[in-house]
Design a protein around this ligand. Structure first.
Ligand code: GLV
Length: 310
């Protein structure tokens, strides 16, 4: 029996080495060299993979995302019916994302864009000192990643709110949920951070209407999925000055086309989907553990809830 690695990225070999380091008896195949379809019992996939293709493997027991997000696996045609899908919950991913969010919150909070503009003009000028206790952070999504970022930001002394689909408590975080809760949180958010899963319900959540609810001069950070942001609406809000700046790690499509206005926008920080990069050696143990559980018919870990979409 074999694990099929399905990604076009250079990480394919690192994944193979990491899985073999966990269990040298594993047989690893690299897509498209799947060999006999009946051998494949698990597929570990990243976002270029065609899910329809996985229907060819009659003994498939498990599909694993190579990242925290699973939207790429659930969009039509979706995984073969009845096959469980697991995501990664990995401390390196969580740490990477927390660093990214803190980095960009602090850049905006500490007027880094303004100081860089002054530096470009060789101007020595002190701007008014920002007040951490008055810079309100609003986090969309308080899952593994959102909650970790919230805790890190709380430790700096920022007031942190979080919005979730259903009520969720994270100590020290002011919780909001549901549609009304979203609007209420946005009205009192100076830096908005999106860490939601992408589902049909969350697609386009950052749009003209919701951006208008943010106070003038608010900032936007999106390191979830490009589909959360209506790009034209964000550009319009940036150009009108309603939104002061944005840090964007994710886009639709990716790579961000060379002619896209985000690239050259003076108030947009573009990142190439690099906020939290999966490190195969850190993630492999949970994949191997899940495979063992699937073989033994035991309960799997980090499973996706198909009804919630993440
Ligand atoms: C990256 O985008 C991930 O889903 O981990």
């Amino acid at each position: 029996m074999a694990i099929l690695l399905c990604t076009k990225t250079a990480a394919m070999n690192d994944w193979r080495d990491a899985l073999l380091a966990e269990d040298s008896s594993l047989e690893i195949r690299l897509f498209p060299e799947a060999g006999d379809p009946a051998d494949i019992e698990a597929a570990v996939c990243w976002n270029q993979h065609d899910m329809a293709e996985l229907r060819r493997y009659p003994n498939l027991k498990l599909i694993v995302s190579m990242g925290a997000g699973v939207d790429h696996l659930l969009r039509p045609p979706g995984p073969p019916p009845g096959i469980p899908v697991a995501r990664l919950k990995d401390h390196r991913l969580t740490t990477g994302m927390t660093e990214f969010v803190v980095l960009n919150v602090l850049r905006f909070h500490r007027q880094d864009l303004e100081y860089r503009a002054l530096q470009a003009k060789r101007v020595w000028e002190e701007l008014p000192a920002p007040d951490t206790a008055r810079r309100r952070i609003g986090i969309l999504g308080l899952g593994e990643l959102g909650a970790a970022s919230a805790r890190a930001l709380l430790s700096f002394g920022f007031p942190v709110s979080g919005w979730t689909r259903t009520p969720r408590e994270v100590e020290g975080v002011t919780g909001f949920h549901g549609t009304e809760g979203l609007d209420a949180m946005l009205r009192q958010t100076d830096i908005l951070c999106c860490l939601l899963p992408l589902t049909p319900q969350t697609r386009g959540v950052i749009n003209a209407r919701t951006l208008a609810l943010l106070p003038r001069g608010a900032f936007v950070i999106n390191s979830a999925r490009g589909g959360h942001v209506v790009a034209e609406d964000l550009l319009a809000a940036l150009d009108s000055g309603h939104i002061a700046a944005a840090a964007l790690d994710v886009f639709e499509p990716e790579p961000l086309p060379a002619e896209h206005p985000f690239w050259g926008h003076p108030r947009v920080l573009v990142w190439p989907h690099a906020s939290a990069i999966t490190i195969p050696s850190s993630a492999a143990p949970q994949v191997v553990e899940n495979l063992r559980r699937a073989r033994e018919g035991r309960e799997l870990i980090n499973l996706v809830d198909f009804s919630a979409g993440y």
